[in-house]
Design a protein around this ligand. Sequence first.
Ligand code: NAD
Length: 389
Amino acid sequence: MKRKVPGKSAGGRKSAATAPKARRSVAPASNKHSTDVFEQMAVHRHEQVSYWYDPASGYRGIIAIHNTALGPALGGTRFWHYVSDAEALYDVLRLARGMTYKAAVAGLNLGGGKSVIIGDPSIDKGVRERVFREHGRHVESLGGRYITAEDVNTSPRDMEWISEETKRVVGLAGRSGDPSPVTAWGTFRAAQACARFLWNDDAVGGKTVAVQGVGHVGYYLCKLFHEHGARLVVSDMSKEKVQRVVSEFGARPVEPDAIYGVEADIFAPCALGAVINDDTIRALRVAVVCGAANNQLAAEKHGDELERRGIVYGPDYVTNAGGLINVNAEIEGWSLEQSHTKAGEIYDTVLRVLEIARDEGIPSYRAADRLAEERVAKAEKARGLPHRI
Ligand code: NAD
């Protein structure tokens, strides 16, 4: 079952990374995770898990590498108040696996990995630098098998500290820059693919698009839909952000909770995870769900339900891969134009995913997994590696 991406921890007292504090769980309290590392690794055949501890700074980090058949494992560093080490392990394994699928389906020569730092993300600057430098040493110890980047509760400044200790880090200030325009472009191309699949026409002119969240990605996505003649209905918690797209693109604003019931052709979630859930799915009056938010389905059953209701779903990790493509440019030495071209290929991938889903009678999120697994399996075979995926 998919779960919500954790939000920001409640800040407060500045302390060492490991200082005890009221911790918010990323899972229901009743959800006990196994502490048996190999048992958990076996479930999805992870390659490697590395633990690192530094008593001086309080750094406690875990790096999980799911699969490196396609290339070095890339995935961000998440700083989070986990309730237990077992919960942190569960989260890092889940996230690392997700990165294998995202990179594979995006056609990148990257594997899947992720790292977590266990502790209070609001630690003061001095301790924070020591923690991230220690994390950099941890990353470096893996000799290039893992490359890190920003994630929840980490920033470009943290990446700079990591880069003092290792070159295996992307997303540094002054490099690939804000990924949002590339992510929005990939999501827009994904929406065009959904339109082609459903209406046999890429054109979104005259279509109504409901966009939830007009922050970094949502703003650029609105711009693209507007430039292509679509009508926009938008929601955001920020009145200023809503006002901006109302005045620049003539969008119609609705209250945050009203966005689910808007009658539209396309619903584009660009804010939170788990927005397709038991409560919202019944309200949807759209033909397509295609947005940039991560983990849009609260659970896999909601992907099945979209399928049952005849709503075309562009699987989130396929549609929002522009962010990963953008940082991959730092590794490949791509120009912004090359990143845009690569993100534009999301169109072909989404179309392929939807065709597999239709031909095999499976939901699109499963078809996306299948496509990713085929690519990894091919690489495993070509490289003479054991079959893991
Ligand atoms: P952002 O924080 O800039 O924008 C999110 C917006 O959603 C904010 O303006 C916020 O006010 C709004 N919001 C929060 N709760 C809301 C609600 N209940 N209803 C309506 N609006 C609400 O974030 P972003 O960088 O634009 O990313 C948006 C989503 O896309 C996230 O899920 C992110 O993980 C995902 N994503 C982003 C990128 C990227 O390149 N930035 C890449 C891949 C995936």
